[in-house]
Design a protein around this ligand. Sequence first.
Ligand SMILES: Cc1cc2nc3c(=O)[nH]c(=O)nc-3n(C[C@H](O)[C@H](O)[C@H](O)COP(=O)(O)OP(=O)(O)OC[C@H]3O[C@@H](n4cnc5c(N)ncnc54)[C@H](O)[C@@H]3O)c2cc1C
Length: 325
Amino acid sequence: MATHRTKMLIIGSGPAGYSAAIYAARAMLEPIVVQGLQPGGQLTITTDVENYPGFRDVVQGPWLMEEMKAQAEHVGTRMMWDTIVSVDLENGPPYKAIGDSGDEYIGDTLVICTGAQAKWLGVPGEQELGGKGVSACATCDGFFYRGKKVAVIGGGNTAVEEALYLTNHSDNVTLIHRRDELRAEKILQDRLLKHPKISTLWNKTVKRFEAGEDGALHHLVLEDTVTGESSTLEVDGAFVAIGHAPATELFKGKLAMDDSGYLDVEPGTPKTALPGVFAAGDVTDHVYRQAVTAAGMGCMAALDGERFLATMEQATAEPETEAAE
Ligand SMILES: Cc1cc2nc3c(=O)[nH]c(=O)nc-3n(C[C@H](O)[C@H](O)[C@H](O)COP(=O)(O)OP(=O)(O)OC[C@H]3O[C@@H](n4cnc5c(N)ncnc54)[C@H](O)[C@@H]3O)c2cc1C
């Protein structure tokens, strides 16, 4: 078991974690990134990424994350193959974290970038057809279904927002919900129900996603929750929109979070209520949930961490100066 010390400990290796690392390393903070079970984060489970700035052509998610990692390492980040299993935030700074390996990590500042995972239905075909018609992000993938027929599964705000967003690309959007009324806010419901490009299928659950001969999604197999009847719906794309789960289990009772588990930060900043502890990316953002916004927040966290350390250093240096005078 080893102890690793750093000026900036970064938990998570998605766009937020790697961006924080790039800025921290270039500020000579010798950051450590603990990568977790999904090195590279959510983009490693997708294919085409067309909205990350800097690339004229479509890039592949796993490739993009490899590049970010290489860039972070190139400027001096230490990458750890480990997953944090507990944190001690009571006695810091510095803050301590313990890895699954048994190693201890001590950071003068802590940047939490543990992200979030989309909730899935868990039915046959869903994972197999991920990136081949099945998605959990209309902002990310809607563009690929221009002029095509798409479905959105869910009944909350996210589902309604995704359906409305998809009308920018498709004239034929079907919202499928397992109940006969939506949970979404009334104003969103009104917009959805009046929208000429959106139709609704009530009391239906998706039992399976099935591919056509080309290996891409061809149709959904549905079941009526009232009659039990089976039916199919042909679509080119299906967006599962039943919510996201932020990876914040570790921080329960230690950091403030909202009812859905997203970490609370001072508005417009990545600062949590604890000095020197920052949160960046999807772990604190239930609104935008994009690689570029996560990267931006990672950058902000590193810059604020650097300022925090400078203030601490100044505070400890000042009494000495006074004594010397
Ligand atoms: C299928 C799919 C397609 C997408 N397509 C796009 C797209 O085209 N464009 C776009 O901008 N966005 C897209 N997104 C959204 C984008 O991936 C996320 O917004 C972004 O990855 C969030 O970055 P993050 O750094 O906050 O967290 P994440 O990418 O979620 O990374 C979280 C990291 O935290 C680590 N972690 C978690 N718990 C621990 C722990 N206990 N210890 C150590 N590490 C831990 C994980 O291993 C992971 O490395 C897509 C998402 C999905 C799921």
